[in-house]
Design a binder for this molecule. Structure first.
Ligand code: G3H
Ligand code: 13P
Ligand code: ZN
Length: 339
């Protein structure tokens, strides 16, 4: 089947009470890891690329790798999603490249500062109008996350991020003003490995906010960014083989599962894949310093990421659903949005 729009997948997830991991990719092995896990667990998948990933792959490598996944796994519904588009132009160029879903992250200005509500509505609405006209799904964001990413992110500390949590009333207004298909909300998570200094309690990871937002927006698919769990064992492997990861805590799987019970349908995970890959490569380098064939370390790296994907697909409930989604195309979504 061709790449599918994200709206179709998240509607199915909502009807059947599960969440879908949105997994970031930058290269062939990461796409392979996701697809191997999807096949093993019969999962629909959201594969997402940031602006940094698009630059790294020149778009063309990414596009063709995604088409390879479609060709090799005809029974798995696959969404190709732009992660954190920072301007309408980034979303428009992604749509030209064949992305079936885009995120317009208007929660930050172009210089990565928390933006005004009006700015966010203006840029998001512009993208919604253009994307829906061609059946492409749109994710928006209200509130701002902590952490720093390459090329985007406000670089807010754990404490500062608490000041930019999503206001439920504003979230409701934002959906009414823009018509986004999915809404990313800030509830205390942040991007990257260093999310929490101890296992998070409800004081810093405000799952109760998700419940409040879901009550106001029962028909909007909620998105949790910064949702890597940063497993202790992955930190330990990296450190055992010469790495230097400071003790840190991520988002516990059971908290994500609680979110899924209250409207979370898309769960963004990148850091856990990065940790798994890095640990596996470090292990090969440490144990077989004479090895220099990239396949010697990329094969276990791919396998390690696959294990993370299988675990998340199973925990979020998307496993077993690939064959149950009635596939459609962006073209077929055009009429849906006209209504
Ligand atoms: O939200 C961020 C993702 O982890 C992508 O990160 O911008 O370094 O590719 P990146
Ligand atoms: P993590 O850094 O927690 O994996 O979050 C990734 C993300 O939110 C991508 O948009
Ligand atoms: Zn994110």
């Amino acid at each position: 089947m061709p790449l599918v729009p994200m709206r179709t997948m998240l509607d199915h997830a909502a009807e059947n009470d599960y969440g879908v991991a949105a997994l970031n990719v930058n290269n062939m092995e990461q796409i392979q890891a996701i697809m191997m896990a999807a096949e093993e667990t019969d999962s629909p998948v959201i594969i997402q690329a940031s602006s940094g990933a698009r630059k790294y792959t020149n778009d063309a490598y990414l596009r063709h790798l995604m088409l390879a996944a479609v060709e090799l796994y005809p029974k798995i519904p696959i969404v190709m999603h732009l992660d954190h588009g920072n301007a309408p132009e980034a979303c428009f160029s992604a749509i030209e490249q064949g992305f079936t879903s885009v995120m317009m992250d208007g929660s930050l200005t172009l210089d990565s500062k928390p933006s005004s509500y009006d700015y966010n509505v203006e840029v998001t609405l512009k993208v919604v109008e253009a994307a829906h006209a061609v059946g492409v799904s749109v994710e928006g964001e209200i509130g701002a996350l902590g952490g720093i990413e390459d090329g985007h992110g406000a670089g807010l500390s754990e404490e500062e991020a608490q000041e930019h949590l999503t206001d439920p009333a504003q979230a409701e207004q934002f959906v009414a003003d823009t018509g986004v298909d999915a809404l990313a909300v800030a509830i205390g998570t942040s991007h990257g490995a260093y999310k929490f200094k101890k296992k998070p309690t409800g004081e810093v990871l405000k799952m109760s906010l998700i419940e409040e937002i879901h009550k106001r927006l029962p028909n909007t698919h909620l998105v949790m960014h910064g949702s890597s769990s940063v497993p202790q064992e992955l930190q330990d492997i990296i450190n055992k083989y010469g790495g230097d990861i400071r003790q840190t805590y991520g988002v516990p799987i059971e908290e994500i599962q609680r979110g899924i019970k209250h409207g979370v349908r898309k769960v963004n995970v990148d850091t856990d894949s990065r940790l798994a890959i890095t640990g596996a490569i470090r292990k090969v380098f440490a144990e077989t310093p004479e090895a220099f064939d990239p396949r010697k370390y990329l094969t276990p790296a791919r396998e390690a990421m696959k294990q993370v994907c299988v675990a998340r697909m199973t925990a979020f409930g998307q496993a077993g659903n690939a064959g149950k989604i009635k596939p459609n195309t962006c073209k077929e979504m055009v009429d849906f949005y006209k209504k």
